[in-house]
Design a protein around this ligand. Structure first.
Ligand SMILES: [Zn+2]
Length: 207
């Protein structure tokens, strides 16, 4: 009997017994700022705006305004995505302020994925254009139930990526293969999206 490991890096050969609860953790990370769908004055209709990665900082006396500049992908019209409005300068950590002035890439990525700011700006996210990557985290193997595995997905930016879309990528299988395993109850998880964190249970061996 050939047992195929769900994890490409763990080779299960012949009739070897998978006798540990195999836990693998992943963290999803955005690789670009979320895109925004909004009415564009230049195009005269709804258009997609992408982050330029540039901040605009206005200091007025003791008050600071900060925006992340978005631009229409079609006509280059810009939209100021509000980060801080009339913020007391002393309340803004110097490090953060400098990051805005330097247009630091990490800061633009963080702001461009801050869902609270998207709510505040009443900005509609273009959910069809999420760009992300994932990293595998170090983790321990626990001794537990035979032939079971667990995947933990951390999603600190709460990116709205369907778990059933992400999982085939992580497991290196096709979407139809995974659908079949879901139907057979060999893969189990709750909810459509991973939220902050989600656990996925796997029963090996997969047919
Ligand atoms: Zn436009």
């Amino acid at each position: 009997m050939v047992i195929v490991s769900a994890y490409p890096e763990i080779q299960v050969k012949g009739d070897a017994k998978v006798d540990y609860l195999n836990t693998t953790e992943y963290r999803i990370k955005p690789i670009s700022a979320l895109k925004i769908i909004r009415n564009c004055a230049g195009c005269g209709k709804k258009s997609v705006f992408a982050s330029t990665g540039q901040f605009r900082v206005n200091a007025n006396g003791n008050l600071v305004d900060v925006w992340l500049i978005y631009r229409c992908e079609k006509c280059k019209h810009t939209f100021n995505f509000s980060v801080y409005e009339r913020m007391k300068a002393e309340r803004l950590p110097k490090e953060q302020y400098m990051a805005f002035l330097r247009n630091e890439e990490d800061m633009a990525l963080k702001i461009g994925n801050d869902l609270n700011l998207f709510r505040k700006n009443k900005a509609e996210i273009d959910a069809d254009q999420l760009e992300y990557t994932y990293e595998k985290l170090d983790c321990d193997y626990e001794n537990a139930g035979a032939g079971q595995g667990k995947i933990i997905i951390h999603n600190p930016f709460k990116m709205k990526i369907r778990t059933d879309k992400l999982l085939p990528e992580l497991l290196g299988m096709s979407r139809s293969q995974m659908k079949k395993l879901l139907k057979e109850d060999k893969i189990r998880f709750e909810g459509t999206y991973p939220g902050d964190m989600t656990e996925i249970f796997l029963d090996f061996p997969f047919p």
